[in-house]
Write a protein that binds this ligand. Structure first.
Ligand SMILES: [Zn+2]
Length: 587
C-alpha cells in the first residue's frame, strides 16, 4: 500500500467519523429541558477538539473542587498561543460559564455556539479571521457537581442544575479581588494570559417580571476609560440591542429591581471589582453579564444566550481594528493618568430614557402571610418610557503616587499582584525613604459575615509624610503600568473593594501591647512634666471633654498614645506611597 492510499484511507475514516458524530447536545436531545453535566460537557468539548483541529482543549490550574479548570479555544489559524495570537492582531473573546451553576444557560449555549462555528467554518470565516474565542466551559466546578433540582426555586428549568456555592461554598462572583478560592486564582492567571478584548460571563436574572427573555448587565463604563466608554455607549451597545431585536430576543439592560415594580425606573447594577465585569473593567476589557429572565423557558433562555454570544462576536469582529486602537489608547493613557476614582455612588440627578415593556403590577393580599404581596398581571402588558439611572459619580478620588512600597512580610498582597501580572521590583539594600503614610482614622465593619469576611466600609484616613526604614527585599510597585487601575483600587485602603476592605490588613487594627495603669501612672506623670506642650493639650482636653475628664482610662490612653511607648504599627496602613523618586531618595 503506498502512502497516498494510506492518506486517502485515513481521510475517509476521518470524514466518516465526523459524519457519525453529530455533536447534538444534551440540551437539544432533551428538547431544551436539560443541561449537560460536568462530565458530559468536558467529553463533548474533547470530542470536538479531537475532530476539529481549530479547537484546542486544555486544563489550566486548580479549582477548589480538586478538578482543573478547562479552557476551550477556537482559533482559525490553529494557533493556541495567546502571545503569538496577539502579534497576529486577533481580538480575543473570553466566555465564562457556570460561575453560578444554577444558571447554566451559557453552558449549553456555548457548546452549540462552538459546534456551529466549527462545523460551518466557511460561514464564520470573516469573524473567525479576526477573533479567537476562548470558553471556560465550567468555572465553578464544585457547584456544577453539586447537582440538584431545587436550589433555583424561582427559575423555570432546566430539570437539574448545579448550586451557586463552590466546593467551599464561596460565591465566585464576589471573589475576583480577594481570591479566596483556587478557582479565582486560576481565573486571574487565565485572564492575564489572554488579556481579552471582550468578556461575557453568563448568568440568569433574579428579580422583577417583564416580557423580555434577555437582559444584559454592562461593565461600569466610566472605569473603562474615556474612548472605550464612548465606543461602548455609542457603537457597541446599540449594535448589540439591534442584533438581539433581529434575533427575536429583544434585550433590555439588566432590570435591577427586587420585590417592586420597575415601572418607576431603575438603576444600573454597580459592578465593583469583586464581580467579574467589575474586575475585567480594571484591565480595560469590556465585560458583560448575560442575564436571561428566570421565568422564561430554559429553551428560550439558552437560545437567547446563544444569540447574545453571537452578537458580541459579530460586533467585535466588525470593529476589530477600532477596538484594538481604542484599547491601546486607553492602556497608554492610564499609565500617566494622575487621579483615580476609587468609590462611587449612584447619581440620581441624571438618567437615560428607556423604552420599557412591562406588566402592570399591584399589591394584593397574600394567601400565605395575610400581608400585602407584589403581583404582576401578565394580561396587562404596558409599554412606557421610564428613567434608567446609569450614571455613577465618584465619592472618593485619589492622586496616584509614584509607587507603592509594600514591606515584604505582606506576602498575601504580593501574591495577588503577581497573579495579576503587576510589575514590581525589590529594594536592593536597606533604605530610609520619605513616604506618604495613611493612618486609619475611622471605619465601619459589617456585623455579619459576607463571603468569608467581615468587610470594612466608610474608611477614613489621615495622610502624613514620614521618613521610614525599609529593608532589602521590600517591594516597590511603580504606578506607571497599564494595569494601574487594579493597583490603585486594591491598594488605596478607602477603595470600596480594596484589600483593606477585604480584611487583609486587620492585624494593624488591634493593639499588640498595652500597659498596667498602676505602673504607667508614674511614667505618665513624668511624661507630662517633661513635655509642657503635651501637658497643655492634655489639660485643654480635660476642660473641654466632660467624659474624658471623668475617665482615668481615657486620660492614660491619651498620654500613652502620644508617648514613645505606643506601637507605631497600630492603625498605620502598611502600604506606603512614595511621592516622587527624587524626594524619596530612590534611584
Ligand atoms: Zn448569576
Amino acid at each position: 500500500m503506498n502512502k497516498i492510499i494510506i492518506v486517502l484511507l485515513i481521510g475517509l475514516f476521518h470524514n466518516s467519523a465526523i459524519a457519525q458524530k453529530d455533536f447534538i447536545t444534551k440540551f437539544e436531545k432533551s428538547g431544551g429541558m436539560e443541561t449537560a453535566t460536568y462530565e458530559e460537557g468536558i467529553a463533548y468539548y474533547k470530542s470536538l477538539g479531537d475532530t476539529f483541529s481549530e479547537i484546542n482543549v486544555e486544563t489550566y490550574g486548580e479549582t477548589d473542587s480538586g478538578n482543573p479548570l478547562h479552557l476551550v479555544t477556537l482559533s482559525l489559524d490553529r494557533d493556541f498561543d495567546f502571545e503569538s495570537l496577539r502579534t497576529k492582531d486577533k481580538r480575543i473573546y473570553l466566555i465564562n460559564n457556570a460561575i453560578h451553576p444554577g444558571e447554566p444557560d451559557g453552558v449549553d449555549a456555548s457548546m452549540m455556539f462552538l459546534r456551529d462555528m466549527v462545523q460551518n467554518i466557511e460561514q464564520y470565516r470573516t469573524q473567525l479571521e479576526k477573533t479567537v474565542i476562548a470558553i471556560i466551559p465550567f468555572y465553578n466546578i464544585g457547584g456544577v457537581l453539586n447537582r440538584n433540582d431545587f436550589t433555583r426555586v424561582n427559575q423555570n428549568g432546566p430539570k437539574e442544575h448545579g448550586f451557586r456555592g463552590n466546593a467551599r461554598n464561596y460565591d465566585l462572583n464576589r471573589d475576583f479581588i480577594k481570591n479566596d478560592t483556587k478557582n479565582a486564582r486560576t481565573f486571574a492567571a487565565i485572564f492575564q494570559m489572554l488579556d481579552p478584548d471582550i468578556f461575557v460571563d453568563t448568568h440568569v436574572s433574579n428579580g422583577a417580571d417583564y416580557p423580555y427573555v434577555m437582559t444584559m448587565d454592562i461593565a461600569q463604563k466610566d472605569k473603562l476609560g474615556g474612548v472605550l466608554e464612548g465606543y461602548l455607549e455609542e457603537t457597541m451597545m446599540p449594535s448589540l440591542f439591534e442584533h438581539m431585536k433581529n434575533s427575536d430576543f429583544e434585550m433590555i439592560p439588566y432590570v435591577n429591581v427586587f420585590n417592586e415594580s420597575p415601572d418607576k425606573g431603575y438603576s444600573q447594577f454597580f459592578d465593583s471589582p469583586r464581580y467579574s465585569a467589575g474586575y475585567t473593567a480594571l484591565f480595560h476589557t469590556i465585560g458583560f453579564q448575560s442575564e436571561p429572565h428566570m421565568l422564561k423557558s430554559y429553551k428560550d433562555r439558552v437560545y437567547a444566550t446563544y444569540a447574545f454570544l453571537q452578537g458580541v462576536l459579530n460586533v467585535v469582529s466588525r470593529d476589530s481594528e477600532l477596538l484594538k486602537k481604542l484599547r491601546d489608547e486607553t492602556k497608554a493613557s492610564v499609565k500617566t493618568q494622575k487621579q483615580f476614582d476609587i468609590s462611587w455612588k449612584l447619581d440620581k440627578s441624571r438618567h437615560t430614557e428607556l423604552e420599557f415593556k412591562g406588566y402592570e403590577a399591584s399589591t394584593i393580599d397574600s394567601k400565605v402571610t395575610g400581608q400585602k404581596r407584589l403581583f404582576y398581571d401578565r394580561s396587562k402588558p404596558y409599554k412606557k418610557t421610564i428613567p434608567y439611572y446609569n450614571h455613577y459619580v465618584a465619592d472618593v478620588t485619589v492622586e496616584k503616587p509614584d509607587s507603592y512600597f509594600i514591606p515584604k512580610g505582606w506576602h498575601t498582597i504580593v501574591d495577588r499582584l503577581k497573579l495579576n501580572e503587576i510589575e514590581f521590583y525589590q529594594l536592593e539594600r536597606d533604605s530610609i525613604i520619605a513616604v506618604e503614610v495613611y493612618y486609619i482614622e475611622d471605619y465601619k465593619t459589617r456585623t455579619a459575615p459576607f463571603e468569608g469576611h467581615y468587610m470594612h466600609y466608610d474608611v477614613k484616613v489621615r495622610k502624613e509624610t514620614e521618613r521610614l526604614d525599609f529593608s532589602k527585599g521590600d517591594y516597590v510597585v511603580p504606578v506607571n503600568q497599564w494595569r494601574n487601575r487594579y493597583i490603585v483600587e486594591t491598594l488605596e485602603p478607602h477603595g470600596m473593594d480594596s484589600f483593606f476592605a477585604w480584611n487583609f490588613f486587620d492585624t494593624i487594627l488591634q493593639r499588640k501591647e498595652g500597659y498596667s495603669p498602676y505602673v504607667f501612672e508614674e511614667i505618665a506623670a513624668q511624661l507630662l512634666k517633661d513635655d509642657p506642650k503635651l501637658k497643655a493639650r492634655f489639660e485643654k482636653r480635660k476642660q473641654a471633654d466632660h467624659e474624658f475628664a471623668h475617665s482615668s482610662k481615657a486620660q492614660l490612653d491619651f498620654i500613652y498614645m502620644k508617648s514613645p511607648y505606643y506601637e507605631r504599627e497600630h492603625l498605620r496602613y502598611p502600604v506606603f506611597r512614595s511621592i516622587t523618586k527624587a524626594e524619596s531618595g530612590i534611584k
